[in-house]
Each structure stands twice: as C-alpha cells, then as structure tokens.
Write a protein that binds this ligand. Sequence first.
Ligand code: NAD
Length: 499
Amino acid sequence: MTSLTANWMDGEPYEGHYEKTSPLENPATGEVIGEVVHATPEDVEAIIASAKKASETWSQVSLAKRTAILFRFRELLVEHTDEIAEIVVREHGKVFSDAKGEVGRGLEVAEFACSIPTLLKGEFSDQAATGIDVYSFRQPVGVVAGITPFNFPVMIPLWMSPVAIATGNAFILKPPTRDPGAGMLLAKLWKKAGLPDGVFNVVHGDRSVISRLLTHPDIDAISFVGATTTAKIIFETGTKHGKRVQALGAAKNHGLVLADADLESTANNLIAAAYGAAGERCMALPVAVVQEEIADELVAKLVEKAKAVKVAEGMTPDADMGAIITKDAVERITGLITSAEEEGAEILVDGRNFTVEGYEGGNWLGPTLIDKVRPGMRVNQEELFGPTLEIIRVSGLEEGLALINGHEFGNGSAIFTSSGEAARTFTRGVEAGMVGVNVPIPVPVAWHSFGGWKESLVGETHIYGPEGVKFYTRGKVITQRWPRTTGGVSFHFSGDAQK
Ligand code: NAD
C-alpha cells in the first residue's frame, strides 16, 4: 500500500495544489512505498507566510515556556526512537541499530537546546561610563529554512531545528524527496510537545521550491547540508538575496595509520568507519593512509574483517550494513571502483554485482577494499559515498600528513598511533574541521559545533553548538542612561557625555 507524503503547515499536513509527485522507494526491496508531493509556488508562499506569522509571536514567548516545550520534545524523541528509526530504515536503507544511533545524535542537539536560557544570557557592563550601563543580548533572525541531505534524514534536521526554534525563530524544513518520513514525524512530535502551529513546517519539492526559499524576502537564514556543488549554489544565491547562509558540503576523510598503532583495534575502527551506513556518511573514513612497514599486516586483517561484514535488509537482526539509497548511486559507485582497477589499484574485496537473498530488487553493494591506491586516481579524488575503503601506502607521518592536506576536502580526519607526539603534530597540522585521535568518526558532541574546512564548507559557519546559537540570532548592544532629573537629555553626541 502506498501513501502520500504532504507538506506540513499550520500544525497539520498540507497537500496544497501539487501537480507533481516523486516516488518514495524502499532501497532494500526496490518497491515504491509512497509518493511525495512537490509544493507549487503558491504552496511555498503559503508555508512561508504561515512561518513568518508564527515567528512574530514565537519570538515573544518567554525562555521559560520555550524551554518547557523543548524538554517535552526531547522526551518525545526518546519515546518515539524506534518508530523514527523504523521509518529511516524503510526509506533510507541503513540498519536499525544505525538508525537508532542517528536519532541519538540528533537527540543530543535537542538536549543542548534545552539549555537555551543559559546560552542566551547576555553580557552587562555596569557603569561603563558615569551613569551609563552597556549590555548586549541576541534576538532571533525570524524565519529559518533548513535544506537537508538524504543520508541522515532525522539527525540533520535535528542539527538545525531545535537550536533555531529555541532561539525564537520559525523553521521550514526542506527534506530530500528520497526519505522525508522522519522529518514528517518530527513535525508531529513538535506539535505534540506544544510548539505553536506554524513554528515548524515542512515543504517538499525540488530546485524550484529551494529557489523560492533562497530568494524570498521573508526567509532570513538558510542552513544547508549536502554536496559541495549544491552548497555553492545555495550559498551564492542565498547571500545574494541578503540572507545569512551556513552551507556544509561533501567529504573524503582520510585516516593516517602509523606503525605504532594497535593494529587489531585500528582495523576494527576502519571497518566500522568505512562500511557503517554503507559509507553514506559525511564522517565515514573511506581512505586509510598506512605506514608502509605495517601495511601488509593491516590489509590482511581488513580483508578478513571486510568479508565478515553482514549485509542485509535493515531490520534483520545483527545486520552490519544495509542497502544503498538508489540504483543510480550503485551504478556510480561501481563505475568508480572499476576506474580504480583500470588505473592500477588492486580490488582485494569486491562488492560489485552484490545481492541479498530474498531482496534481489534492492540496491546492493558489498564492502569493497581497494589496495595500492594513489592520490591522483579518480577513486581517490571523488567522494564515492559508498561502502569502499581505499589503502594508500606512505613512508610515515610527514608524507601522510602532506598527502591528506593535499586533498581538496577537509571535513574530518583521524590518526591511529600510540605516540602522543605524532598525534599532536597531526592534530595541529591537519587541514580538517574535525579530527580524531584513535577515534575514527570524530563527530563533535552537541555542545561543540560541527563543520569542515576547505571544499567541505562554503562560507565560514559551522552548525549546532555555540556557532548554531550565534547563526540563528542577531546581536544587539544597548547603551543606557537613566538621568536622575527629567529634562536633562543631551542631543549632542560628544565624547564628554560618555565619560
Ligand atoms: P544533495 O546536495 O544532492 O542534496 C541536499 C539537499 O539539496 C536536498 O534537500 C536536495 O533536494 C537539495 N538539492 C539538490 N540539488 C540541488 C540544486 N541543484 N539546487 C538546489 N537544491 C538542491 O546531497 P545528498 O545527495 O542528499 O547528500 C549527500 C551529500 O551530502 C554528500 O556529498 C555528503 O558528503 C554531504 N553531507 C555532508 C555533511 C556535512 O556535515 N558536511 C553531512 C551529511 C551529508
């Protein structure tokens, strides 16, 4: 049975005037399980107008009332974790444990946002000049649009919406049409938590919908996460139309393995970081840069462990890795693996032409291990976003660090070593936004901000944490004097008056 996914406006589903829909498919079966409406220009206009109206009253709601709603929302996320994760499995294809992990990481941001009264405390300078106090505080920007990628359909909307809403803004989510269900459930949970109608909204569609969000005068800020090519379009168009824009892009994270690393735990870490969520993570670690003297030993362990990864439909107990998002993605990744072979790399574990019994209609790839990769190869230059692990051999720390810094992307990186000195040199020198030391996926916790460097970030703002609070608010500084006697107002701006 298929269902229709509508927009969400004024606290309820809103089908609007759609003329076009996108099919919603289960990646593990290939079956069409629903349709997603595409909002018309008229529908987008209505949703923005609803958000604008709601932002005007929501921005006036006390911090105490906002916080109470955030706490209830947090409780509802916990209560509905399994339900959300099941939707993610059905529409995205990742395994249930991973989908639950995604909810958990998003939940942390909701918890961070519960501390908004502390986060929004301003600053006060008593008696800055005689009889004059100066204080500063931050106010909401108005209406925020969040444009999100397919790979974390619940976590990334949660990177944005709790902070945007806690700071007093209305929020419009534009989720990918491939897996919008988790975003729709968030809308219901916000309503159940007591959020006033119109403060959280969802709009579906493609470029024409996004283009309206990027140019509309009543949208004040855009949060974007996705591919770098898209991030550039979003940033350029949004800023040209006077909006503040944060735009997080693609990744190709490299991890450096030195000879003094614990090889068994490093191998386990590399397997989880390369093949977890079928590599469809911006913090996946698809490239291991390995010190030559231990490379053969490490590779032997990786071959054995890669072959043991259990690929299955996401609800299967003990499944390690699920399906790939679309057939097009399978084809693209397969082509890049083949290009590596053609350019002289060795495919030690080959996940091409893979299928799962009973799910032959699904989009499958098995774990793939590619040895003897060199930096100029296409497979290393591009983001595969699939279950692949490349091995590049280097002489040691200096060569490895230079190689990693030579790559255009700088989202995350990691070093595996038992040397504090090597780790310190690496963490200080590596050109990436998030760095792990014996930690393969260094995603910062919610009270630090998240974001990359170089081509992995367009503009300069990272997401959630303190940078999120700043992004969704504008600073205001008040200089105040309350003269004891009336009638003493000076109209002259002079240095003397301030002393
Ligand atoms: P995508 O860029 O194709 O899509 C992201 C969003 O942008 C979607 O909502 C989509 O509808 C919209 N979009 C796509 N093309 C557009 C265009 N031409 N104009 C306007 N809007 C457009 O990304 P994706 O395939 O959904 O997600 C995978 C990508 O996201 C990978 O590159 C991955 O590295 C990246 N990603 C980055 C981070 C990070 O934190 N840096 C996190 C997750 C994913």
